[in-house]
Design a protein around this ligand. Structure first.
Ligand code: ADP
Ligand code: MG
Length: 253
């Protein structure tokens, strides 16, 4: 047994080009089960592309992408990867504005059943309890009957996180959740993500350094499609390599 340690996610030497442009370049990344990991990096660093590769939205040109012990994600399509327990939250919220907050989570739980089949069926007490449990987690239980369209941008983001949580994913990928949020909403989002730590493995892509500082355990800095450095927030912020990339200059001594 050369590799006794079990990672929830393993990427090794992954490469992906788009029309000759190398979006992902020899990317190697490991994550422990139950970890809350933050990925930062300048625009175009390949952060979202990395999520596309993990979730099967795009396929690597080469390299290994594995979930758990040995599930080869490069061989599976998006739906199969979702069913394995990998949930992804895109940058912009996509909720059903015309349906209530409760119905949105319900629709997510029912998955492939159509909107009408679901909404004209009866919700079982177990389902109702599960939906309220999720709404409580994302602090929307008091707004269960609101139309999702009436929620603030931040609340919509939480609802969408709730819709993913309803499916109880093992791994949750969240792309820039705080973008467009107020400071208070951002802070609440941080608390929400921290409350999920240990129950789910979570990858968060984020720009806002106050937010990163609030939630970060281990930070991975991505640059030109590869890992520039990894460590605590302080280690990363004091890294010469990171300063050069972000500020275009060497650290002052
Ligand atoms: P980040 O999320 O770190 O800002 P992205 O992963 O979105 O960066 O993008 C990295 C680079 O890859 C960008 O130059 C982007 O234009 C390119 N890219 C990403 N996905 C595609 C795609 N599906 N087709 C063409 N180019 C893409
Ligand atoms: Mg992105």
């Amino acid at each position: 047994m050369s590799q006794a340690k079990k990672f929830i996610l393993t990427l090794e030497e992954v490469n992906k080009s788009f029309e000759g442009f190398k979006a992902i370049s020899n990317l190697t990344f490991y994550m422990d089960d139950g970890e809350l990991r933050v990925i930062i990096g300048p625009n175009g660093a390949g952060k979202s592309s990395m999520m596309d590769l993990i979730t099967g939205r795009t396929k690597p040109d080469s390299g290994k992408i594995e979930f758990g012990f040995d599930t080869d994600l490069t061989k599976l399509n998006e739906a199969e990867i979702t069913r394995l327990g990998i949930g992804r939250k895109f940058q912009t919220p996509s909720v059903y504005n015309e349906h209530t907050v409760f119905e949105n989570v319900w629709l997510s739980l029912e998955g492939s059943r159509s909107v009408w089949t679901t909404l004209f069926s009866r919700v079982t007490p177990e389902r109702r309890e599960r939906i309220y449990q999720v709404l409580k987690t994302v602090a929307l239980d008091g707004k269960a009957d609101w139309k999702a369209g009436a929620l603030s941008h931040g609340q919509k983001q939480w609802l969408e996180i709730g819709m993913l949580l309803a499916l109880n994913p093992k791994l949750l990928l969240v792309d820039e959740p705080a973008a467009g949020m107020t400071d208070e909403e951002t802070h609440k989002t941080g608390e929400l993500l921290l409350s999920l730590e240990g129950k789910h493995s979570i990858v968060v892509i984020e720009h806002d350094m106050t937010f990163v500082r609030q939630i970060a355990r281990k930070v991975t800095v991505l640059h030109q499609g590869t890992v520039l450095c990894e460590g605590t927030v302080d280690e990363v912020q004091n890294s010469e390599k990171v300063m050069e990339v972000y500020l275009g200059r060497k650290k002052k001594h």
